[in-house]
Design a protein around this ligand. Structure first.
Ligand SMILES: O=C(O)CCC(=O)C(=O)O
Length: 332
């Protein structure tokens, strides 16, 4: 093609791209509404929850969903010390609060330390001072695996969700950490029921339909290691293959490097003690917390149905478009 024709063709494609993007965004906001997460006043019936929230893949917060759990009044640090203080807990330690996150050109995981829960609580309560930010965030059902004693104060599953989905949770996780501990933006293939016992959790959520505007890059996996002088080194994981991760920090997005991220529609919400967030599968989430916040969550495997296939389609198309843009050197 002569150069002018090629430019005209590219412009018309770009214009068409803008039109497609705008109608895509307006379609998505018709379905999902504004950027706030609706509240339900009480736990729903299994059928109603499945029809109104799981199928349309919409988040909601259920007020007082777990207000009846003994944990809400029992789980003080004093109680935890008495009940399970001598038990070993797996704790994630990082220099900056970011475990499993991009740092420079690496995907960096935390130093994983085993310590008596009472020693961990000393750090959270600032009775002892150690370098780093500490967070109990091991996700492979650490509540059932590491602290089964605590299960008596909560529930081993959420009966209406188990009935709605026809399955029990794959994992029941316990979260307790310092204010500086942050979970970087990512998504999971779980229907997530996230219950706050004390304190607050702050979520930034993106629907799966924001995928075209959320960048992924490939990173060498590495891990933090505490040095004798109290600083942390970053050491590559031997033989580990590169992993895809999201380089954007939604609290301070780099729009120069990732201008497309401006087009996302984040939902912000705070989940308080006694409340439960339904965080649908494949929603991107970034999580912060008040100091010493305690939470328990239930991961139910998602159904790998048409919604999942459509997400994979959007994901593949996004990758193709990104590759084409890179090839054109056109990072619009
Ligand atoms: O609470 C957190 O810090 C992270 C929770 C989370 O990412 C999850 O449940 O998938």
């Amino acid at each position: 093609w002569p150069r002018t024709q090629a430019i005209t063709h590219r412009r018309s494609l770009q214009l068409r791209g803008v039109c497609v993007r705008d109608s895509w965004l307006s379609l998505v906001s018709d379905v999902l509404g504004s950027g706030s997460v609706p509240y339900l006043q009480e736990a729903p019936s299994p059928l109603a929850f499945y029809r109104e929230w799981v199928c349309p893949n919409r988040p909601c917060i259920i007020r007082d969903a777990v207000a009846h759990w003994p944990a809400l009044h029992k789980w003080t640090t004093r109680y935890l010390r008495t009940c399970i203080g001598s038990k070993l807990a797996s704790v994630a330690v990082t220099p900056n609060g970011y475990a499993d996150a991009v740092y420079k050109d690496r995907f960096v995981m935390p130093e994983e330390r085993e310590m008596a829960l009472s020693n961990f609580l000393d750090i959270v309560e600032k009775k002892s001072h150690q370098p780093g930010v500490f967070y109990i965030q091991k996700q492979c059902s650490n509540l059932t695996e590491e602290f089964p004693e605590l299960l008596l104060d909560v529930e081993s599953h959420i009966p209406w969700m188990s009935e709605a989905l026809g399955q029990l949770p794959d994992a029941v996780n316990f979260w307790l950490g310092e204010e500086a501990a942050v979970t970087s933006l990512h998504k999971d293939h779980y229907e997530n029921l996230y219950c706050v016992i004390s304190g607050e959790k702050h979520f930034i959520l993106h629907p799966p339909s924001d995928r075209p505007f959320i960048p992924y890059e490939m990173y060498q996996p590495a891990r933090y290691h505490l040095q004798d002088d109290g600083s942390f080194s970053v050491m590559d994981e031997e033989g580990a293959e590169k992993v895809p991760w999201i380089p954007i920090d939604p609290l301070d997005p780099d729009f120069t490097l990732y201008p497309e991220y401006r087009k996302t529609r984040p939902f912000h919400c705070t989940v308080r003690a006694g409340e439960m967030l339904y965080l649908p599968s494949l929603w991107f989430h970034h999580v912060r917390q008040s100091h010493g916040c305690i939470a328990v969550n239930y991961w139910y495997d998602m159904e790998y149905d048409l919604r999942f296939q459509y997400f994979k389609l959007i994901d593949s198309l996004t990758k193709v478009v990104m590759k084409e843009k890179e090839a054109e050197g056109c990072l619009v």
